[in-house]
Design a protein around this ligand. Structure first.
Ligand code: 2PG
Ligand code: MG
Length: 421
């Protein structure tokens, strides 16, 4: 009854107004799984490749009709008749059909859509929520959300060199409570920005995008918003950063264009450590660029004991790249983005590899998202305890928070909130 009988791909829009792939996988019993594919702006150099149509400056050029055609053609022919329960077989069939290392022939966007829709259809056929189908009865850990409240870098048109400033409500009593705390801080920040004459417009991930001159100014506003909301920075709510450093690493140094200055690798490391000394920062993602492995090693040696150092661009959700990090002793956590690697099976392998190496895992959205909430379920399925999925103000982001609220309610007394661990 869980045999795949139809696969339907279509082009829809993502949160930036760009075309993206959506897939329906229909099983013999009629169960239909639907998944929409996200898309990044600050992409890692070694990510699986999304296939787009020709000219990138035109809407039709940014289109995904070729990827959709791959779903409806070659992929549909190859996976129809397979059992949706055989997730690894479905995924491996698509990987073999594509035949490239980066999924660039059929497109990681085509393959991921089918992969996730297959899992969702199988879950439905078993009358199970996705988090339980993938994670089993042990799946009951609700993540601490890293909520993005200030955007910069590639996600906003302001001078801020760092891409993301996030808050993590670690002292919340539940996930729903964490959302309430985050929302309070978000609105408090809005008021204080307006009062200071700053713009309250938001960036791609829904965080505010005022013309802050540097990270210090952003951090001061964030700390004050936490305090003014009645919380203790560092105890109730910690701060997480994603400078997305690969975006401004040029010629062997860090080019802070917004600040109008250049920092050597040494100076960049010293600056990050100084920020972590002066503000209640618990986690920094991509503190160093994907090509600056020596910098990664140095920072991990100097600050890895006290800070979570999350590898995004440097690992690209790839288990083998992660193993390079484990061997080289850099980073102590990995950001997991399903579209960086392109199938559910490979995503689960990466998570497993991280756990075995003692690396923490943060499940993550992309800056281009849709209303799809698959990553909310996957976060609970793998029990990684942390999710990064944007601000509290855009429905492409709140969709994930809202799904986690529903999962927590459904789990009832079994639910465990990961804060304070
Ligand atoms: O750098 C990141 O971590 C992501 C998500 O926040 O951004 P993008 O999807 O643009 O790569
Ligand atoms: Mg990142």
């Amino acid at each position: 009854m869980t045999t795949i009988s139809r696969v339907i791909g279509r082009q829809i829009l993502d949160s930036r107004g760009n075309p993206t792939v959506e897939v329906d996988v229909v099983l013999a019993d009629g169960s239909t799984g639907r998944a929409a594919v996200p898309s990044g702006a600050s992409t890692g150099a070694n990510e699986a490749v999304e296939v787009r149509d020709g000219d990138p400056t035109r809407f039709h050029g940014r289109g995904v009709s070729r990827a959709v055609a791959a779903v409806n053609g070659a992929i549909a022919s190859a996976v129809t008749g397979l059992d949706a329960e055989d997730q690894a077989l479905v995924d491996e069939t698509m990987i073999a059909l594509d035949g490239t290392k980066d999924k660039g022939r059929l497109g990681a966007n085509a393959i991921l859509g089918v992969s996730l829709a297959t899992a969702k259809a199988a879950a439905l056929a078993h009358r199970q929520p996705l988090y339980r189908y993938v994670g089993g009865v042990g799946a009951r850990l609700l993540p601490v959300p890293m909520m993005n409240i200030v955007n910069g870098g590639a996600h906003a048109d302001n001078p801020l060199d760092f891409q993301e400033f996030m808050i993590a409500p670690v002292s919340a009593s539940s996930f729903a409570d964490a959302v309430r705390m985050g929302s309070e801080v978000f609105h408090t920040l809005r008021r204080s920005l307006a009062k200071a004459g700053h713009s309250t417009n938001v960036g791609d991930e829904g965080g505010f995008a005022p013309d802050f001159a540097n990270a210090d100014e952003a951090l001061q506003f964030v700390v004050r918003a936490i305090e003014d909301s009645g919380y203790q920075p560092g105890t109730d709510i910690t701060i997480c950063l994603d400078p997305a450093s690969s975006e401004f690493f040029r010629g062997g140094a860090y080019e802070y264009a917004g600040e109008g200055r250049r920092r050597t690798i040494e100076e960049h490391i010293a600056y990050l450590k100084d920020l972590a000394d002066r503000y209640p920062i618990s986690s920094i993602e991509d503190p160093m660029a994907q090509d600056d492995i020596a910098g990664w090693e140095q920072l991990t040696a100097e600050a890895g004991e006290r800070l979570q150092l999350v590898g995004d661009d440097v690992f690209c959700t790839d288990a083998d790249r992660l193993l390079d990090g484990v061997e080289g002793g850099y980073a102590n956590a990995i950001l997991v983005k399903v579209n960086q690697i392109g199938t559910l099976t490979e995503t689960l392998r990466t998570v497993d590899t991280a756990y075995k190496a003692g690396y923490r895992v943060v499940m993550s959205h992309r800056s281009g998202e849709t209303e799809d909430t698959t990553i909310a379920d996957l976060t609970v399925a793998v029990g990684c305890g942390q999710i990064k999925t944007g601000s509290l103000s855009r429905s492409d982001r709140t969709a994930k928070y809202n799904q986690l609220i529903r999962i927590e309610e459904e789990l009832g007394r079994q639910a465990v909130y990961a804060g304070g661990r």
